[in-house]
Design a protein. Structure first.
Lengths: 249, 218
């Protein structure tokens, strides 16, 4: 018993170092940014010598967490509206808000299935169609809009399954639990195997991806450096390689 | 291999178990011995964390303890930082999740103790608190330890409540279960598998250890 208590004591007093002034920059980013931001994060670390830590999730959930006091210092959303939510909750610097890309929606199918476009999703061979939860994931909302515009929604509605966010959605299909997924091109492009077909952008509201600095004043400069990198020509080059279009001017 | 999630999980789970044990055993004694109105209701409410889905529990904790709530503000004015999205937040979430397991199991064990033994201690002049600490609890120890072990298991494995209250911040609040989830999301099946295996091994090792202690006696 005594050893057990001793071990407990060591555990609870040890490793209590907290990320403070010099800790890594905390960036909350939409799931579609995973591969692209990982590369930009490495560039940021090389440039500034400061480490950066990413939390990827659905934009709606992340904005909710920031509004509730989560210590993220940059918020990169897949949809401008969630940036506005954060600003309305008084958690961001209005001046730092910037659009950095337009998201591209694609239909992804597994390597063992034939490539398919949005218009074919009504076919019976697609028994389960994965989309991100449209309640809080911008790509999910865009996918549902596109299905409606194509006149397919009522036909496929009972076959839709929801992912927590857009990378979870791709996981549903890549693991074979859904036959097809409507996801971000930025994720489909780096997925091993599989095929994807672009969804016509005109079928849904543009996925205007925007970011905002949400850091405390003493860390705002470091956070702004990252935001600047994302919207810079270099950032745009990386984003375009992962299938993002440049923002509307 | 990044060991941070494992160390954090062990730290959060042990502190949460300690807190849940103190409040759980204290509460169990009160429920077993006390005769006061609303006792049944109190026990039912204390069992809510077992009944509610962890995410729902986490959601309400976020509402009650969040940066904009009175409790959250009070915490911030005392400790200088918000409770939610911090390690302390993770500990609170794990404590609440573990509490009913400690409480219910300990209460059943305390009620099984033969009241004649306690009465005998009283006739020998022991004050009530010494009867509790020196007679009742040692006799109920198997059940009490089993409850604490269950609480530890629950605290170590919590995902839903922790991710709501403390978020998923690598290097800060990302515990093992959240790291497994994160690896699955990122499509890194190898990492997810390794982390899950380590978590399972650690959990089994700790529970075996506790089992041995409860056999040997205190």
């Amino acid at each position: 018993m005594r050893q057990l208590l001793l071990a407990l004591l060591v555990l609870t007093t040890g490793c209590s170092a907290q990320a403070g002034e010099d800790g890594p920059l905390l960036v909350a980013a939409a799931s579609d940014l995973g591969p692209a931001f990982t590369e930009l994060g490495e560039a940021y670390e090389r440039d500034t010598g400061r480490a950066v830590t990413f939390t990827f999730g659905s934009s709606g959930q992340l904005s909710q967490q920031i509004a509730n006091g989560a210590p993220f210092e940059v918020f990169a959303s897949a949809n401008e509206a969630y940036v506005d939510d954060v600003l309305e909750a008084g958690q961001g610097d209005r001046q730092s808000k910037a659009q950095y890309a337009l998201g591209q929606l694609v239909v992804w199918t597994r390597p063992d299935a034939a490539q398919a476009g949005l218009s074919q999703l009504g076919q019976a061979r697609f028994r389960r169609i994965a989309v991100a939860n449209p309640e809080h994931a911008p790509y999910g909302a865009a996918a549902v809009q596109a299905l409606r515009s194509a006149g397919l929604y009522d036909q496929v509605r009972d076959r839709l399954v929801y992912g927590e966010n857009v990378s979870d959605t791709l996981r549903l299909a890549s693991s074979g639990n859904a036959d097809v997924a409507i996801v971000a091109q930025s994720l489909a492009a780096v997925e091993q195997g599989g095929h994807y077909t672009e969804v016509q952008p005109g079928l849904h509201e543009p996925l205007r991806q925007a970011l905002v600095v949400t850091a405390e004043p003493e860390r705002a400069e470091a956070a702004q450096d990252f935001a600047d990198l994302v919207v810079s020509a270099r950032g745009r080059e990386v984003l375009s390689r992962f299938g993002f279009a440049p923002p509307e001017v | 291999m990044d060991w941070f999630p494992l160390l954090l999980s062990l730290r959060v789970a042990s502190l949460a178990t300690l807190l849940a044990a103190v409040f759980g055993i204290g509460g169990a004694y009160l429920l077993a011995k006390g005769r006061f109105p609303g006792r049944g209701l109190l026990e039912a409410v204390a069992s809510l964390p077992i009944v509610l889905p962890p995410t729902v529990l986490g959601y309400y904790l976020l509402v009650v303890l969040g940066a904009r709530s009175p409790l959250g503000r009070a915490w911030e004015s005392v400790f200088g930082g918000p409770l939610v999205f911090s390690v302390s937040g993770a500990i609170v979430a794990a404590t609440i999740s573990a509490l009913p397991f400690c409480l219910r199991t300990a209460r059943a064990a305390i009620e099984q103790v033969d009241p004649r033994v306690e009465a005998a201690a009283r006739t020998l002049g022991l004050p009530e608190w010494r009867v509790a600490l020196q007679v009742t609890l040692p006799l109920a120890r198997r059940g009490v330890i089993a409850g604490v072990a269950l609480g530890f298991a629950r605290a170590l494995g919590d995902f839903g409540a922790t991710v709501m209250v403390a978020g998923n911040i690598p290097g800060r609040t990302q515990t093992m279960p959240i790291a497994v989830y994160d690896a699955v999301q990122a499509g890194d099946d190898a990492r997810a598998g390794t982390l899950a295996l380590i978590l399972a091994v650690v959990a089994v090792a700790v529970l075996l250890l506790v089992n041995r202690f409860s056999r040997v006696g205190v």
